[in-house]
Ligand binder design. Structure first.
Ligand code: ADP
Ligand code: MG
Length: 600
């Protein structure tokens, strides 16, 4: 997850106060010259360092529970950049207004904190462990779970540090510190007998000193009467710079061999492009950390074929038991209807949705061929945000068996639950859809029927793309598909080049994604309600577009408008759409998560 100030040229990352003062001196000590750095004590906080009258002033910028940033006593701002902008116009209590950004000299990068450098690896191990994922499914889950997981990980990151020895006794700590060389500042941290309480053991003058670490009601850690920190690793990093009441600054960690091996675990190889398959043969390294349970059901991320035995036999035509529950109809269409069923695999059985072909006189063969084409496309796809096909089955009629998404289509889901679903939830779901579409784009498939009716819900926080009835795999040397004739098409979801030139590409799917976004943020309303399908093209050509839905964030409407750029070359692709959705989702989910905490 990027730092909220990461893009600012006057942001230095995790540097000390002394270093900040050095940079300001180098820049000439002009009144109002300033820089921003990471706060070493709080999660997500900053310090603004300002020069006035040849003096340094350091103002902590706190991240509040509702996600806003303040300098104590001042007004709240939605981000560090906005805060600096505000104080550049008005001193409002600071020593002076911010006038001269002290930008990083060329060649000086933002300094990552200890956590910054291990965060990605920890997140990966955590998600892999908790949900038992691999390959591309793992990458996707890391992206979607990052905001929630990051916080959890930050508060437990000390367990992965070389200096953390877990639950060892005071005597054991002493023995470890006295073995080998005993330089001043050699240290370790351990958990004390009363769970949740910690101690720091430090060598000075060949003697070991022990300090109990206080953990106050608000969750902050400190050496008695010392500065207070959100996490134990921040406390340690700070004590490396400043002794803060203990006998010496911390220097060399007395390493715990087990934790250290984790830090150098290799990153998994990335999945070869163009060959969609959830399993890439990579065997994860064992993880030493204790596994923790997140409050959500994540078994649904897994492929029904996650069992290697099942994977080996993954055939298009199903051999095993399939039970069709005739009374439960999930939906219907031209082809027939979708019913509920149960499919028995080697070790378990799963709920499935079964698309049953309606036997009709005359066009039976074409209908069958179409369903087989749909099945062949789905057979090649494996992504957490795309409905997985289990296989096809030929009995009285041809049946396409899929994993179940019992929440039904997104448009209906949102229309019914309107009052229960906040905008942030819609952003979350549409981000998932963008991840599924990015996967299709990377693997050269065009969907051609992306719409809210074809996004199915697993639960309130989990959406999957479905209905590959019109989809095409693009030839390796072509970035679009040209239809021979126009058919029964969802014109209101189609880009102009589809209607005019029968030309379909991932960029035309992007157009449909924009319409799907509009449907979602309108809680399931129909787009262009007053227009007929054929009238939409001239509406678009008059340069008119769907308006911003009520309460839809302007950033999201702007993304829709970008998806509806007339010339396909100028539209964003899904790689771009996904990253914009992700960044926006992260920026608001921090705020809502913490706003919810304050309600309690
Ligand atoms: P069509 O090509 O007619 O649009 P769809 O594949 O979209 O067919 O399926 C029609 C309906 O059947 C959907 O709107 C949905 O209600 C239901 N349905 C389809 N697939 C599933 C599934 N995997 N899980 C649950 N319901 C499904
Ligand atoms: Mg459909």
């Amino acid at each position: 997850m990027p730092d909220a100030a990461g893009h600012l040229p006057f942001f230095y990352g995790s540097i000390s106060r002394t270093d900040a003062e050095e940079y300001l001196k180098l820049a000439g000590m002009k009144d109002g010259s300033f820089l921003l750095r990471q706060c070493l004590r709080t999660l997500g906080g900053y310090v603004l360092s300002v020069v006035y009258n040849l003096q340094f002033h350091h103002y902590p910028v706190e991240k509040q529970l509702n996600g806003t940033y303040i300098i104590v006593g001042g007004k709240p701002h939605c981000g560090p950049a906005e805060l600096c902008e505000y104080y550049s116009k008005d001193a409002d209590g600071l020593c002076c207004a911010l006038r001269w950004p002290c930008n990083r000299p060329s060649g000086v990068e933002c300094k990552p904190g200890v956590f910054d450098s291990i965060r990605d690896n920890m997140m990966r191990e955590y998600v892999r462990q908790t949900w038992n994922l691999e390959g591309q499914s793992l990458e996707q889950a890391i992206i979607s779970q990052a905001p929630q997981v990051e916080k959890l990980i930050a508060t437990t990151a000390h367990e992965q540090m070389a200096w953390y020895h877990g639950n060892i006794s005071r005597d054991e700590a002493q023995r470890k510190l006295y073995s080998g060389a005993q330089p001043d500042g050699k240290f370790l941290m351990r958990e004390r007998k009363d769970a949740g309480s910690f101690a720091l053991s430090v060598v000075y003058g060949k003697t070991v000193y022990h300090y109990k670490i206080d953990h106050d009601k608000s969750g902050k850690y400190s050496i008695p009467e010392g500065s207070r920190f959100d996490t134990l690793w921040q406390l340690v990093e700070y004590l490396k710079i400043k002794s803060d009441g203990i006998i010496t600054v911390l220097k060399e960690a007395c390493p715990n061999a087990i934790n250290f091996s984790f830090l150098v675990a290799p990153a998994p190889p990335s999945l070869p492009k163009g060959r969609p398959n959830g399993s890439n043969g990579y065997t994860p390294e064992p993880f030493d950390g204790k596994s923790r349970i997140l409050p959500m059901d994540t078994s649904v991320y897994e492929s029904p074929y996650s069992d290697p035995d099942e994977l080996r036999e993954r055939k298009l035509f199903l051999k095993r038991d399939l039970l069709l529950i005739d009374e439960v109809e999930l939906g219907s269409g031209n082809f027939g209807c979708v019913k509920k069923g149960v499919y028995k695999m080697k070790k378990r059985q799963i709920d499935v949705a079964i698309k049953v072909l309606k036997i009709q006189n005359g066009n039976e063969k074409t209908m069958k061929d179409d369903m087989m084409k749909e099945a062949e496309i789905m057979h090649q796809l494996d992504n957490p945000y795309i409905v997985r096909m289990i296989g096809v089955c030929e009995a009285e009629s041809l049946m396409l068996v899929m994993e179940m998404a019992s929440g039904g289509p997104l448009n209906k889901f949102l229309a019914v639950k309107k009052d229960l679903i906040p905008v942030s939830n819609i952003v979350e779901l549409m981000h998932q859809v963008s991840m599924g579409m990015k996967y299709l784009e990377e693997n050269n498939f065009v969907h051609r029927d992306l719409a809210a009716r074809n996004v199915l819900m697993v639960n309130q926080h989990y959406a999957k793309i479905s209905d590959f009835g019109l989809s095409k795999a693009l030839a390796a040397d072509n970035s679009y598909y040209t239809a021979r004739t126009s058919g029964k098409w969802p014109l209101k979801w189609y880009a102009p080049e589809c209607i005019k030139f029968l030309k379909f590409s991932s960029r035309s799917d992007v157009w449909s994604y924009g319409i799907t976004m509009w449907e979602a943020f309108s809680y399931g309303q129909k787009p262009y309600r007053k227009l007929k399908g054929q009238e939409v093209l001239s509406f678009i050509e008059r340069n008119e577009r769907l308006p911003c839905p009520t309460n839809c964030p302007k950033e999201m409407h702007q993304l829709m408008l970008d998806c509806w750029i007339f010339k396909m070359e100028d539209r964003p692709n899904f790689e771009n759409v996904e990253s914009r959705m992700r960044l926006y989702y992260y920026s608001i989910s921090n705020k809502t998560e913490e706003a919810e905490m304050t309600k309690e």
